[in-house]
Design a protein around this ligand. Structure first.
Ligand SMILES: Cc1cc2nc3c(=O)[nH]c(=O)nc-3n(C[C@H](O)[C@H](O)[C@H](O)COP(=O)(O)OP(=O)(O)OC[C@H]3O[C@@H](n4cnc5c(N)ncnc54)[C@H](O)[C@@H]3O)c2cc1C
Length: 425
């Protein structure tokens, strides 16, 4: 077992880190000032062009076809890069590695027709457009997507959609042109749980699509948006159906694995940054004649954060490695579910400790901590709440226990175990 990142990963991570330090970080304050005014900074397009020119583009897509732009790094090799990019969350767009586009691009790579690839995948890979994934709905518990009620029906050569979606990340981005919409087939058998939904590619400006509002998350309104959207008799060509009619769940699953690894590695980068900030602050701030770094409780917070970050990183790297295997292990789904829970909780915990070290300043917009904490809290819902992922892990464990049932009997010391043991010689 080799715990070092591969030479390829080290080389790309160093290139990304140098590019961020030289070209992206100097724009950080300007990016936030622009976001506070609700304006998308124009310099992001310039930075994208620069990054693409340097080959720092589509770093997270291992399955690019010949001729498509990008690095073709494995999930495992991309993971340290995602950690580096995560330290400056808005920088993901500079390298065309943002959620939800990366997941949507994976989905299109796997299931789009030639015409759909041409219309949507190519401009996404080129960074000319952005996209959103529209699943959650206000009227039903969306942790269980079989509840979804937005409807789709066939009408001649068209599909007609009706419904309301919310918390749709990316839908307020000025370049968002595509909504990947999960909808319930009107002709679905009500008894069907997983075969009654389809995914439809809906142009963001299609007649009948209305962006109702950008929903603030813990009082923070994200520039790219977490939007509420209505679909009223939205008509798109039948050719906009992605994959097969009724196969929405099968398709949706395929976009979640790598996307979760990316989220988790970005989280780990953010936790590392929070820990660095906390340590530096503790070394320079004095109370009652001592530096904070000399206080036992602060040392414990620092140590605890280090232990938790390192544990989480190992878990996420294992999931990334598993995703890369030609024959992934049986517990792949449980592994990916586990890292989603661990990373989101980690972020809330580690950033909370850092905020405490900073005192009141930790809650202000002068450090990245308040934003990082908010994001960590939101992560506990994004792509499904903790409880749903824990359920996946528990189900896998129970399935294994069922298969080996009785194998623990010899560990009991009840009287019925007192039969004659086998002779050693
Ligand atoms: C910042 C942010 C961005 C988001 N981006 C997107 C996006 O781009 N696209 C999109 O479609 N959605 C998005 N979402 C929505 C997100 O996917 C949903 O919030 C999530 O799936 C939970 O659905 P819900 O909010 O309807 O909660 P509900 O389904 O109503 O669940 C409420 C609570 O019930 C509990 N619960 C649920 N199931 C179980 C269970 N089996 N066992 C025990 N407890 C359970 C959990 O504690 C859960 O929090 C985003 C959310 C946030 C906060």
């Amino acid at each position: 077992m080799d715990f070092q990142p591969s030479p390829v990963a080290v080389e790309w991570r160093n290139r990304i880190a140098a590019f961020i330090d030289l070209f992206v970080l100097p724009y950080n304050a300007a990016w936030h000032a622009s976001a506070a005014r609700g304006e998308f900074p124009a310099f992001v397009e310039d930075l994208k062009a620069l990054a693409r020119g340097e080959g720092l583009w589509n770093l997270c897509l291992p399955r690019l076809a010949p001729g498509e732009p990008g690095t073709r790094l494995s999930n495992l090799d991309y993971a340290p890069l995602a950690e580096t990019i995560g330290r400056l969350p808005w920088s993901a767009e500079v390298f065309n590695c943002s959620a939800p586009d990366s997941g949507n691009m994976e989905l299109l790579q796997l299931h789009a027709t030639e015409a759909q690839r041409e219309q949507w995948l190519v401009p996404l890979l080129e960074g000319r457009i952005r996209s959103a994934f529209a699943m959650s709905e206000p009227d039903v518990a969306s942790s269980d997507p079989t509840n979804l009620q937005t409807s789709v029906r066939c009408d001649g050569e068209e599909l007609v959609l009706n419904g309301r979606k919310w918390f749709i990340t990316g839908a307020a981005h000025p370049n968002c042109r595509l909504l990947v919409v999960m909808a319930r087939n009107e002709d679905a058998d009500p008894a069907t749980r997983h075969g009654g939904h389809s995914i439809v590619l809906v142009p963001a400006d299609a007649p009948g699509v209305t962006r109702v509002r950008n929903i603030a998350i813990m009082q923070h309104e994200a520039l790219e948006g977490h939007c509420e959207i209505t679909l009223r008799n939205v008509r798109v060509p039948r050719a906009n159906l992605l994959g097969e009619w009724g196969q929405g769940f099968v398709l949706a699953q395929s976009r979640l694995g790598p996307g979760r690894v990316h989220h988790c590695m970005r989280t780990i980068g953010q936790c590392e940054l929070a820990l660095e900030l906390a340590c530096e602050r503790a070394l320079e701030r004095r109370t009652f004649g001592h530096y904070l770094s000399e206080q036992a409780n602060v040392q414990e917070w620092i140590a605890q954060s280090r232990l938790e970050i390192d544990q989480a990183r190992l878990l996420v790297l294992r999931a990334a490695w598993s995703l890369d295997q030609p024959e992934p292990p049986d517990d792949l789904r449980a592994q990916v579910a586990a890292i989603k829970v661990v990373a989101a909780r980690l972020q809330v915990q580690v950033v909370d400790r850092a905020m405490q070290v900073f005192g009141a300043m930790g809650l202000s917009p002068d450090t990245p901590l308040a934003w990082l904490w908010t994001w960590g809290r939101a992560l506990r819902f994004m792509d499904g709440p903790d409880e749903v992922h824990l359920r996946t892990v528990a189900r896998y464990e129970l399935e294994r226990a069922r298969a080996r049932r009785g194998s623990t009997a010899a560990y009991f010391t009840t009287p019925d175990q007192l039969s004659t043991p086998p002779r050693i010689r």
